[in-house]
Design a protein around this ligand. Structure first.
Ligand code: ATP
Length: 426
């Protein structure tokens, strides 16, 4: 598994999924750049999430809040005082670790002695405006949720919503992780896909359990069947959480969290109501009850899901390496080849098919080398279907469609091609 991981990291770079950030200057720990295929992969994850969490529901709306907010947001939410990890440092090599990554007082890298733990706040600080004094300090958001809570009233008054309802957001979050590691698993800049689902107190436990099941089931729909649920212990839970269940995937470096579903109670709305002096209560029109809603939060990490999908899809077979992505997730859906690049009649017809198909799916064109090499190149990036236009196509108006996983080839009439692909890809 570990050996495969190195191969996956190298394939990700070689084929343009993920590059080390600022590579020409020696990189910057915990930051990565996503290439053409990586961007497509991430879009597909985002879209699959958004479709399920927003588009197909009547009770959820979206938001895109600013990355930098008034620092009072993070004071009220407890992040300024409490969003910290325990940090230990090796007295010999000065490497730093999260205290829970070490055992005893010996440094994992050189055997030197470790210092005692001190609290290290994970929020990145910056300054807003021209002066760099304490009055202009601001933070890059450590989670997207803050932007949702402060817009609770705006969202409620501008949409026709009744409890229970949710506000969803996909966006960047930043954490100055002590020890970024395991490729894009633990980075300092990442994207979260978060839903804050507001419920009536008393209904929170039931709805929490429903969200755990719903989120668990979603992973199957994107081709990640082998995930498990794990309840966090009281010691592990964040300062705001009444209960948290993680969804974990077995990476080559072990079972790790890709999503957390938390019951945040009314911690956030109460804290913001108190700090801002605003009324965050909700009036139930039917029962005339007024209460501060509780909130259930499924929070998933886009890059961790992308990495899980890459690890899960990576397959070595006798003569090829294949990324067996679910077609919904595959960055490229279909590749189109003229059998021979030097036959203008084949190129013309293949080009016509390519131009039509790319109006609907991400399609690529390849006319280099022999067909076997072209298949190999597409297998390695996980393209589920390859279409070849040959001499028979000119006579019979059909093409060869080759399936990535079974490697079987079928003749399909050109007029039926879209329907054939739609049934498999969408
Ligand atoms: P961990 O315990 O691994 O640090 P967490 O419990 O602090 O994660 P949450 O605060 O629950 O994470 O954030 C929700 C999701 O955001 C996580 O499930 C994960 O997918 C993603 N995430 C959190 N921290 C990082 C990070 N440093 N790099 C990439 N993704 C992250």
């Amino acid at each position: 598994m570990k050996e495969n991981f190195e191969k996956i990291v190298s394939l990700a770079k070689r084929r343009g999924f993920i590059y080390p950030g600022s590579e020409i200057y020696g990189g910057l720990g915990g930051f990565y750049d996503w290439g053409h295929l990586g961007v497509k992969l991430k879009w597909n994850i985002e879209w699959a999430w958004w479709r399920e969490m927003v588009q197909l529901r009547d009770d959820v709306v979206g938001i895109d809040a600013a990355l930098i907010m008034n620092p009072k947001v993070w004071e009220a939410s407890g992040h300024v005082s409490g969003f910290a990890d325990a940090l230990v440092e090796c007295k010999k090599c000065h490497h730093r670790f999260k205290a829970d990554e070490t055992k005893g007082d010996e440094c994992p890298d050189c055997g030197g002695k470790l210092t005692g733990a001190k609290q290290f706040n994970l929020m990145f600080k910056t300054f807003v405006g021209a002066s760099e004094d304490s009055s202009s300090v601001a933070y890059l958001r450590p989670e997207t949720a803050g932007g949702i809570f402060v817009n609770f009233k705006n969202t409620l008054s501008t949409n026709r919503l009744k409890i229970p309802f949710g506000i969803a957001q996909i966006g960047k979050a930043f954490r100055n992780e002590i020890n970024p590691k395991d490729f894009v698993f633990r980075t300092r800049e990442f994207k979260q896909m978060e839903l804050e689902y507001f419920v009536k107190p008393g209904e929170d436990e039931k709805i929490f359990n429903e969200w755990v099941e719903r989120r668990f089931a979603w992973y199957k729909t994107i081709g990640l069947g082998d995930v498990r649920k794990r309840e966090q212990t009281k010691e592990e839970r964040a300062h705001y959480s009444k209960a948290t269940t993680d969804i974990e995937y077995e990476f080559p470096f072990g079972w790790q969290e890709i999503e957390g579903i938390a019951n945040r109670g009314n911690f956030d709305l109460s804290a913001h109501a108190k700090a801002s002096g605003q009324d965050f209560s909700y009036l139930d029109e039917e029962t005339k009850e007024r209460f501060i809603p509780y909130v259930i939060e499924p929070s998933a990490g886009e890059e961790r899901i992308a990495l899980a999908l890459l690890c899960d899809a990576y397959t070595e077979e006798k003569e090829r390496v294949v990324l067996k992505f679910h077609p919904k997730i595959a960055p490229v859906k279909v590749a189109i080849f003229p059998l021979l690049a030097n036959k203008p009649e084949l190129v013309k017809l293949a080009r016509k098919i390519y131009e039509e198909l790319r109006l609907e799916y991400t399609a690529v064109w390849d006319d280099r080398g022999n067909i076997g090499k072209r298949y190999y190149a597409q297998d390695e990036i996980g393209t589920p279907y390859c279409i070849t236009v040959d001499f028979d196509s000119l006579e019979k108006s059909d093409v060869t469609v080759r399936d990535r996983d079974s490697m079987k080839q079928e003749r399909i009439k050109m007029k039926d091609l879209k329907e054939y692909l739609n049934g498999k890809i969408v």
